[in-house]
Write a protein that binds this ligand. Structure first.
Ligand code: C2O
Ligand code: CU
Length: 476
């Protein structure tokens, strides 16, 4: 097996659950979060540390925890040499708390502070990261998990968060990521070293026979993981924080940048049990991300088949009325090898930007368009919205990818049901906030536009987001 890999260490299970978890309680002090440069041991002891940008000095930043129905108050301090904001990916919050410079708030200047007040409408696995020069700021290590607990305890033995990321490290573990028009116009910036919870990890210690709830997050700028668990048959219980009817995973689990998946995994009740987490999505071949391993040679208790876990309680999302929904189409275009795709994709109603227009955009570092328009990252405050959605109504979006690359499309402020891909119904019609659209594919989603404001819609390959594949959606 080849692929990205340096050297791995053991991560104790306790560490994997993020020791810095902070619970907000009713009436408690606001949580504080400071974004600043730091050095962390990405590769592990015995290797030089890497210069990063981090929340509270750690990558990932502290896991923020709250309970559904509560309000999380987070006071963010900017210790970076440039402006920043924090976006609470997947939380359905008022637009003024969404962390988008221009439409939500002015960016927080160096040395400045901003107080975020976040109502926790939905339980699930969410995350936070900056929304200013995202490729650069998230890529340097600014991200963390945000866990909203269900009101009632859910029956597992233990929770394990696995936050995946990749880095482009040189010898000496120096971060060599640099903005590159080549990356931006292709698949985005892939790294050569994959970390789990901010470390290259040989194995995560687990106990034989225990039932784990895994909270997976892909915090990488561009890498799309295709995960397979060798040695276990986990149940998928939620996507992007939102519960679905538990089902076994068939084939690899695709986890695109920004996406989350909650799984229930029963560690085999055998001596020295080991579950390998493989990524089959790397262009250079399958490699092992890490393993869940029992290292103490204790006799396990007899195996019991626990069967499917109970479904998580659903989140309070308004069900779209498909018969009455207004229809919209989003055509993704641009990038290298785009013309290749023209013949393959079905003809769209809208015209693509003509080649001359595309060349002019390329000259400005904009490689991608949505419905013919490319939005620059600093265009937040000024651009007119690409879509205007009537507040309180059901909407159906068809997203057509006419490029040669996959794009995880993220909508702020809402969750949508994924209805179909190329006319084939999506199993379970899951609720998501980020949907992966393959080259040539047409994906249909639907939702009720019930959160008023000016919301971002963009590709979560951050180099694509930063080079045009971004738009504003007005809900009013
Ligand atoms: Cu996770 Cu607009 O972002
Ligand atoms: Cu993209």
């Amino acid at each position: 097996m080849s692929g990205p890999r340096l050297v791995r260490r053991t991560l104790l299970a306790a560490a994997a659950t993020a020791p810095l978890a902070r619970l907000a309680g009713a009436g408690s002090q606001p949580l504080r979060l400071r974004a600043a440069p730091a050095r962390v041991a990405l590769v592990g002891e015995g290797w030089p540390s890497t210069e990063v940008w981090a929340y509270d000095g750690t990558v990932p930043g502290p896991t923020l925890r709250g309970r559904q129905g509560e309000r999380l108050v987070v006071e963010v301090e900017n210790g970076l040499p440039e402006p920043t904001t924090v976006h609470w990916h997947g939380l359905r919050v008022p637009v003024g708390m969404d962390g988008v410079p221009g439409s939500s708030q002015p960016p927080i200047p160096p040395g400045g502070r901003f107080r975020y007040e976040l109502p926790l409408a939905d339980a699930g696995t969410f995350w936070y990261h900056p929304h200013v020069r995202s490729a650069e700021q998230v890529g340097r290590g600014l991200y963390g998990l945000l866990v909203v607990e269900e009101p009632e305890r859910w029956p597992v033995d233990r929770e394990l968060a696995l936050v995946l990321d990749d880095w482009r490290l040189g010898p000496d573990a120096v971060n060599e990521a640099r903005p590159s028009p080549h990356d931006a116009a292709h698949a985005g910036a892939y790294g050569n070293t994959v970390t789990v919870n901010g470390r290259v990890v040989e194995r995560v210690e687990v106990r034989p026979g225990e039932r784990l709830r895994l909270r997976l997050l892909n915090a990488a700028n561009a890498r799309i993981f295709a995960l397979r668990f060798k040695g276990a048959e986990p149940w998928l219980v939620a996507l992007d924080g939102h519960p679905l009817a538990p089902r076994r995973i068939e084939g690899p689990l695709l986890l695109a940048p920004g996406q989350r998946a909650d799984l229930v995994l029963d560690v085999p009740a055998v001596r020295l049990a080991r579950v390998d987490l493989l990524d089959e999505g790397d262009p250079q071949g399958t490699y092992r991300v890490t393993s869940l391993a029992v290292t103490r040679n204790e006799a396990p208790s007899p195996a019991v088949d626990r069967g499917p876990p109970p479904a998580l309680p659903p989140n309070p999302l308004a069900e779209p009325d498909l018969a009455a929904a207004q229809e919209h189409e989003l055509v993704l275009d641009g990038g290298m090898m785009a013309t290749m795709m023209r013949g393959r994709a079905p003809a769209a109603r809208r015209l693509p930007p003509d080649p001359r227009e595309l060349r002019a955009l390329f000259a400005r570092g904009l490689f991608w368009t949505i419905n013919g328009r490319a939005m620059a990252e600093h265009g937040h405050g000024h651009e007119p919205p690409l879509l205007r959605l009537a507040l309180g109504r059901s909407h159906r979006l068809a997203i057509l990818n006419r490029t040669a690359f996959p794009h995880p499309i993220h909508l702020h402020g809402h969750a949508f049901r994924v209805l179909a891909r190329d006319g084939r119904e999506e199993p379970g019609r899951p609720w998501r906030d980020t949907v992966l659209v393959a080259p040539g594919e047409r994906v249909e989603v639907a939702f009720v536009a019930d959160n008023p404001g000016l919301w971002m819609l963009h590709c979560h390959v951050l180099e694509h987001q930063g080079s045009g594949m971004m738009a504003l959606v007005e809900v009013a």
